[in-house]
Design a protein around this ligand. Structure first.
Ligand code: ANZ
Ligand code: ZN
Length: 848
């Protein structure tokens, strides 16, 4: 047997695909199109991670099968290359980010090419290429012209480590997501994009796309549409304090009010001399300013606040006067920045009321006794209104409706929809991003750069360290900053902030349709033909940012007539992460080591505790994120070198259910390798025959059916399992003949394209499998063929039974004995002999 030399074979086919441009896609109206997309990588200095190929291989399998099914497939790849990690790496190593990017891209590309992915490399794009970001800037200008890009003074999250303003999403638990430094609040004038103008459509249009449900749910929650009311409370200061509530039904239960520490009324009341405890109020405001929104709204946090002495509010529904507090659990940026507090039915209000000894009035009663001294009653489904005048006896839903009507009739409020979604902070004070094409003129204000001046290139500078105080490094380069006003021709200054990393990825899938176009994002023809993306796979971590941002841009481009579809992606799936085994966990020790530990410490429990003592709490978790410090990072290059790309591909798909996280397990890779070696070995002893043998017809048809359906459902793991069943059936029947083997190669090709192309060629085919029609199956033949056999007892036929054609002897005998007539004939007798004559009969000899 010639051993399978994967190195030579894989290199050979990768070269063929490159030389022949096998996977190049062109518009072809004679075929249905299929646009498969995976999230393009950020080319980091660390190189490819074994997590990347999971997504790329899964859609590669889909793309390959689609080509074989007659589709014109676009499967592109590119680089999302602007952004902080490269910039930080460049700063640390004193290399220009452009050079770092080029190096990282080259490495990523060669790593990807070694995996045999069927990308159309002619369409490769790079977000840092001026020919690309020219169009990112162009889209920004269109947004600006439509009033969707605006400058605003906002308090922003400022990372004390990266010295850069962060989006809310980049702040995790009050620290910078990237560097872990504390984040503080700072006032800054920023470019903002009005994504909130699309909030309703971003939710409603989810009904028209085929995204996995948890993606839809996360997007809906992130946008956070809530239906409620604004209610106006007159105050003793003679003005009106408006609150936002989703529980207008509880208005009779309001016992106090809270305004956020930033609320504009505080200064107004202080200035009017109405507040008696101004010092306490000012001190509290200062303290709150130092905290992030996350810290402020965290549940279970000890509530703090100060009562405003001197102004009270009047409940519009019953005329009762209630105190007003300032507290940081009310955010300035949501609703009206003020609330009516109903401690009986809201947990935060309840905690606050307990701490400050405020009254708790029950207005909604559940079916059982409430314990308002212990907790708030928040169930809206089973509650009935009490102590609420004209609302008494109503359900929560009905009470809300009645209260809305009352508020509107009496001019005390109105229904209101609110969103959690905030406008998108689009300014970064860093170097490695797209320059924002805006110019500031003292006379004319902000002016957009004429489109003819795009791309506005990033100047090549050496000192790209962030400026003190969060200024962009570009601000130091007056030769670049100073320009003329596009409107009046007078002296003016360029914007020195750059765009966030999410900009380039918000429209890249459009550029793939026509990546070299000099006059437009892409030609109308290309967009008409390829849009929308038919299937997009990416990580769950991109559900709320990238996926939402790109849907927003796409909808905008649709509104201005640039793209032909309302939604960019028809279908969205998401892969689970690939995790590593924790070498310190008890579970991951060898049997011998576990025994030794138990002996040393006296019990398994004590042994586990000792590991935690030694390696920290992480040792409790057998499966963890791969990390350098645990030494469990797997480099795909190593796997490809040792086992080959086809084995890596197979393993990545076989590792578990695609949408679930799965731990990397080097020993199972070997099983995948053996499977491929076995198939390679079969080619050397093919049996006679050019048609599938009758006894294999059922399994062959079933395999064709299942592999096809599983690929379409992104269940590559069960497809591979079925291929294994097929291969075992072939082995059970002495090997494969030519027809049986060819079916195997065709079905295996999307998973292991190199080896199967090689074997296909060895069988005398001159055309590649890549475009060979996908095999078809006969539904009728999928069902196991049955035959009729006779059952004899002592030579006399007692029954005729139906059994599967390929039934094993023991099963045939068991089924025969279960037949009533046979069972009766042998009851109470001793069986001397029983045999199955294949395909004919079962004979049972009995005594006594
Ligand atoms: C009275 C009330 C009674 C409330 C009750 C809840 C339960 P969502 O669903 O998130 O929109 N709220 C309003 N503005 C706020 C702000 N700026 N900061 C903190 N909390 C704020 O939640 C709306 C509810 O959150 C509102 O309804 C308000 O409390 C609070 F039994 O009003 B509710
Ligand atoms: Zn001007």
């Amino acid at each position: 047997i010639v051993k399978y030399d994967f190195k030579t074979v894989e290199a050979k086919w990768q070269k063929v695909w490159q030389d022949e441009d096998t996977f190049h896609a062109e518009i072809d109206h004679s075929k249905p199109k299929f646009y498969a997309l995976v999230e393009f990588p950020y080319p980091s200095a660390a190189g490819l991670h074994v997590g990347h190929p999971r997504s790329y291989t899964a859609l590669d399998i889909v793309a390959r099968k689609k080509r074989q099914c007659g589709y014109n497939v676009l499967y592109p790849m590119g680089w999302d290359a602007f952004g902080l990690p490269t910039e930080n790496y460049a700063l640390k190593n004193h290399i220009n980010p452009e050079i770092v990017t080029a190096k990282n891209v080259a490495r990523f590309k060669s790593q990807l090419q070694a995996l045999g992915l069927s990308f159309d490399w002619d369409r490769e794009i790079n977000t840092t290429d001026p020919e690309y970001y020219k169009w990112t800037q162009w889209i920004f200008l269109q947004l600006y012209k439509k009033g969707l890009a605006y400058k605003k003074e906002t308090t922003v999250n400022y990372c004390t480590g990266c010295k850069v303003v962060l989006a809310n999403e980049e702040v995790v638990n009050g620290v910078c997501e990237r560097c872990g430094s504390p984040v503080v609040q700072k006032v800054k004038s920023q470019w903002m994009l009005k994504i909130t103008a699309y909030a309703d459509r971003l939710i409603d249009d989810l009904d028209d796309v085929d995204y996995i449900e948890r993606v839809k749910t996360q997007q809906r929650n992130w946008i956070g549409r809530s239906h409620g009311a604004e209610i106006n409370f007159d105050t003793t200061a003679g003005d009106t304090l408006t609150v936002y509530t989703t529980r207008a039904d509880t208005l009779f239960g309001c016992t106090y009010m809270v305004v956020s520490p930033e609320h504009a009324y505080i200064k107004k009341w202080v200035d009017a001399g109405l507040i008696k405890n101004t010092e306490a109020v000012a001190a509290y405001q200062e303290e709150a300013a130092r905290k992030s929104d996350f810290e402020r709204t965290e549940l279970n946090k000890e509530k703090t606040g100060v009562k405003i002495e001197g102004v009270e509010a009047i409940n519009p529904v019953n005329g009762k006067q209630v105190p007003i507090f300032i507290s940081d659990y009310v955010l300035a940026t949501y609703g009206t920045g003020a609330i009516m507090a109903v401690p009986a039915h809201d947990t935060r209000d309840w905690e606050f009321a307990k701490k400050f000894g405020l009254p708790i009035i029950e207005v909604v009663k559940g079916p059982t006794e409430s314990h308002l001294d212990q907790e708030a009653f928040t169930d809206v489904a089973t509650g009935t209104l009490v102590n609420s005048g004209f609302l008494d006896g109503l359900s929560v839903e009905d009470a809300k409706a009645k209260m809305y009507a009352w508020l509107e009739e009496n001019g005390k409020g109105c229904k209101k929809v609110n969103f959690k979604l905030r406008d998108w902070v689009f300014s970064r004070q860093r170097y490695w991003g797209e320059p924002i094409p805006m110019v500031y003129c003292e006379k004319c204000g902000w002016q957009p750069l004429p489109e003819s001046e795009l791309p506005l290139r990033l100047p090549e500078i050496k000192d790209f360290e962030p400026g003190e105080n969060g200024e962009s490094p570009l601000a130091r380069h007056t030769e670049w900053v100073n320009t003329t006003c596009p409107h009046c021709g007078g002296p003016a200054k360029r914007e020195t902030d750059t765009m966030p990393q999410w900009a380039g990825s918000s429209w890249y899938f459009l550029r793939y349709c026509d990546p070299h176009n000099k006059d437009a994002i892409a030609s109308k023809e290309a967009l008409e033909y390829w849009s929308p993306v038919d299937w997009y796979n990416g990580g769950m971590e991109h559900t709320t940012l990238h996926l939402l941002y790109s849907r927003f841009w796409h909808k905008f481009l649709y509104d201005i007539g640039v793209v032909p579809t309302k939604e960019p992606y028809h279908k969205r799936t998401s892969h689970g992460m690939i995790l590593g085994l924790n070498p310190h966990a008890f579970e991951n020790q060898t049997d011998a080591e576990r025994k030794r530990l138990v002996a040393e410490y006296g019990s398994e429990k004590a042994a586990r505790e000792a590991l935690v003592e030694k390696f920290g709490e992480m040792a409790e978790h057998p499966i963890v994120k791969m990390s350098k410090s645990l030494g469990n990072v797997v480099n795909p290059d190593d796997v490809v070198n040792e086992y080959g790309a086809d084995t890596l591909r197979l393993y990545e798909m076989f590792i578990g259910d695609f949408e679930k996280a799965a731990p990397w397990n080097t020993s199972s890779i070997k099983g995948c390798k053996r499977f491929l070696d076995k198939i390679w070995g079969m080619s050397e002893k093919l049996l006679e025959g050019d048609t599938i043998r009758p006894e294999l017809e059922a399994v062959a048809n079933r395999t064709i059916k299942k592999v096809g359906e599983d690929i379409d459902a992104l269940k590559a793991n069960t497809a591979i399992a079925q291929l294994m069943i097929y291969v075992n059936s072939l082995s059970d029947h002495g090997g494969a003949n030519r027809a049986e083997y060819e079916v195997l190669l065709q079905l295996l090709n999307p998973f292991a394209p190199h080896m199967t192309e090689e074997l296909w060629q060895q069988m005398g085919h001159t055309e590649q499998l890549a475009y060979h029609p996908w095999p078809t199956y006969d539904e009728a033949k999928c069902v196991e063929q049955t035959i009729e056999i006779a059952v004899q007892v002592n030579g006399k036929v007692k029954a005729r039974i139906q059994v599967p054609a390929a039934i094993e002897s023991a099963d045939a005998i068991a089924q025969a004995k279960a037949e009533p007539a046979v069972a009766e004939a042998i009851a109470g007798k001793t069986i001397a002999k029983e045999i199955y004559v294949k395909g004919k009969l079962v004979n049972i000899a009995v005594k006594g």
